[in-house]
Design a protein around this ligand. Structure first.
Ligand code: CA
Length: 224
């Protein structure tokens, strides 16, 4: 049974989340503000945290920072529509994913399952298969229906980070930092160019990508 900590100051939403999560056999702790969240998390270490970014006593991003000091549990942030900068800051602080309010319970539950699966200590499969292509990471071989596809070292690097984090939203800054280095963190057009190249090589219809997905203004997600 997974332990989920829900941090939300909207009492009605908090109640709805608690009922829905308990109905699906999660062990649920709740907190209406950041300070309570941190003390509950310390007493009952969660397997996953659902965190509203707009809290009455402190910025949700501070809660992410504080939790990341000692916990590697996935953090799923809830944020208001349009609060783009806030979501990016939360992801950079170590949050794993976000859901925009208002959201459907089914969507949230799917994100929770996916975050918990990723957090499970499974070694990343060195061979990744989708309906469009197969990637053999150790052999650095990429094949599609058309045969073997050649990638440049930079394309490999970028693709490898994405496919090693299936379904996870990776922020632009994180990808730029990993592939090109810290001084390139704002060069988002590098990413656009390289992602477009990868889509041309991998996606059956590069204009309607199904595996290398853009989250506008946020980053990219590999969907197997
Ligand atoms: Ca709130």
């Amino acid at each position: 049974m997974s332990r989920v900590l829900v941090v939300e100051d909207d009492a009605q939403l908090l109640r709805a989340l608690r009922i829905n999560l308990r109905a699906r056999q999660y062990d649920v702790d709740v907190a209406p503000d950041g300070a309570t969240a941190l003390s509950v998390a310390a007493r009952f270490p969660p397997d996953l945290v659902i965190l509203d970014l707009g809290l009455p006593d402190m910025d949700g991003v501070e809660v992410v920072h504080a939790l990341r000091g000692w916990s590697s549990a996935p953090i799923l942030v809830l944020s208001a529509r349009g609060a783009q900068a806030e979501k990016v800051t939360a992801l950079d602080a170590g949050a794993d994913d976000y859901v925009t309010k208002p959201f459907g319970m089914d969507e949230l539950l799917a994100r929770i399952r996916s975050a918990l699966r990723r957090a499970a200590p499974a070694d990343t499969a060195p061979i990744i298969r989708t309906d469009a292509f197969t990637i053999d990471l150790p052999a650095r071989r990429l094949t599609t229906d058309e045969g073997e596809v050649r990638l440049t070292p930079t394309e490999w690097h970028l693709l490898e980070i994405l496919v090693r984090n299936p379904n996870k939203l990776l922020s632009q800054r994180h990808l730029l930092n990993e592939v090109w280095g810290p001084s390139y963190e704002t060069e988002t057009n590098y990413l656009r160019v390289y992602i477009a190249q990868l889509r041309r090589k991998l996606e059956p219809d590069p204009s309607r990508p199904r595996h290398l997905l853009t989250e506008p203004g946020m980053g990219y997600r590999f969907q197997p």
